[in-house]
Design a protein around this ligand. Structure first.
Ligand code: ADP
Ligand code: ADP
Length: 228
C-alpha cells in the first residue's frame, strides 16, 4: 500500500543574498487511492512541495515517507507530469512512453503490452510514430501522462498539468484524468490554483496559505459518481 506522509517538511531556498522560506514545517498524510489536490495562491509553495515529494528538490528539514521508506531523490515509484510537457523531443510518442520501461530493462514483449495499453487509454494509438512537435498541447500532455503511468508508479504527481491548455482541451483532459484514476486506482497528488478543477477531480483538498506554505484546511470532497 502506498501511504505517503510528510513530517515537519520544510524548504528554505538559499542564495548568496537571501533565504526564502517556501514550505514551513508541514505535516501531511495521504492514503492509498486518494486523489488529493493542493490549492493555494500563486507562490505559496505548491510546486516546491510537489518537487520535494518527487525527489527533484531536496528537503531542508523533516522527511517524506512512502511505503515506510524515507524518500531520497527521484524514483520510478513516483510519476510526474508538469505544466510544460517535458517529452523527449527526439523520441516518438511510443518511445517516450517506453522510456522508463527500457530504463528498468523490462523485456520487450512485456513492454509492448504496457505501451499499447497506455496508447489506447490516451487514444493516441494511431499517433504512436509521431514526434512531439507534430502533436497539439493536449495530445502532448496525454503522452506525458501515459509515460508517467507506464512505470506503474505508486503515486502520480501532477503540477498544474492543464494550466497551459485551452478550456475545451482542459475539460477533456480532466475527464481523462478522472477516468484514469478510476481505472488505475493510483494515488494522485494534483497541484492547481483552480479551485473548481480541484473540486471536480479530487477526493480531498489541501489548502495552502500564502508563503511560507502551510496547510490551513483539509477538506474532504464528495464524489458525485461511482468509482469502478
Ligand atoms: P507555487 O507553486 O505555489 O506557485 P512555488 O513552490 O513555485 O509556489 O514557490 C514558492 C516560493 O519559493 C516562492 O516565493 C518562490 O519565489 C520561491 N522559489 C521557488 N523556487 C525557487 C528557487 N529555485 N530559488 C529561490 N526561490 C524559489
Ligand atoms: P487538443 O488536445 O490540443 O485540443 P486534440 O487532442 O483535441 O487537441 O486533437 C487535436 C487534433 O488531432 C484534432 O483535430 C483531433 O481531431 C485530432 N486527434 C486527436 N486525437 C486523435 C485520435 N486519437 N485519432 C485521430 N485524431 C485525433
Amino acid at each position: 500500500n502506498s501511504r505517503i506522509f510528510g513530517r515537519n517538511v520544510t524548504k528554505v531556498y538559499k542564495s548568496r543574498k537571501k533565504e526564502t522560506l517556501a514550505i514551513d514545517h508541514v505535516d501531511f498524510d495521504i492514503l492509498e487511492n486518494e486523489f488529493v489536490s493542493i490549492v493555494g495562491p500563486s507562490g505559496c509553495g505548491k510546486s516546491t512541495l510537489l518537487k520535494m515529494i518527487g525527489g527533484l528538490d531536496d528537503i531542508s528539514e523533516g522527511a517524506i515517507i512512502l511505503d515506510d521508506q524515507v524518500l531520497k531523490g527521484p524514483g520510478a515509484d513516483r510519476g510526474m507530469v508538469f505544466q510544460t510537457y517535458t517529452l523527449f523531443p527526439w523520441m516518438s510518442v511510443e518511445e517516450n512512453i517506453r522510456y522508463g520501461l527500457k530504463e528498468k530493462k523490462c523485456p520487450k514483449d512485456k513492454a509492448d503490452v504496457i505501451v499499447n495499453k497506455y496508447l489506447d487509454l490516451i487514444g493516441l494509438s494511431q499517433f504512436r510514430k509521431a514526434l512531439p512537435k507534430e502533436l497539439s498541447g493536449g495530445m502532448k500532455q496525454r503522452v506525458a501522462i501515459a509515460r508517467a503511468l507506464a512505470n506503474s508508479p505508486e503515486v502520480l504527481l501532477m503540477d498544474e498539468p492543464f494550466g497551459a491548455l485551452d478550456p475545451q482541451t482542459k475539460a477533456n483532459m480532466q475527464l481523462l484524468t478522472r477516468k484514469i484514476w478510476q481505472k488505475e486506482k493510483t494515488t494522485v497528488i494534483f497541484v492547481t490554483h483552480d479551485i473548481e478543477e480541484a473540486v471536480y477531480l479530487s477526493t480531498r483538498i489541501l489548502v495552502m496559505s500564502q508563503r511560507p506554505g502551510r496547510f490551513i484546511a483539509d477538506i474532504p470532497v464528495f464524489l458525485p459518481y461511482e468509482r469502478d
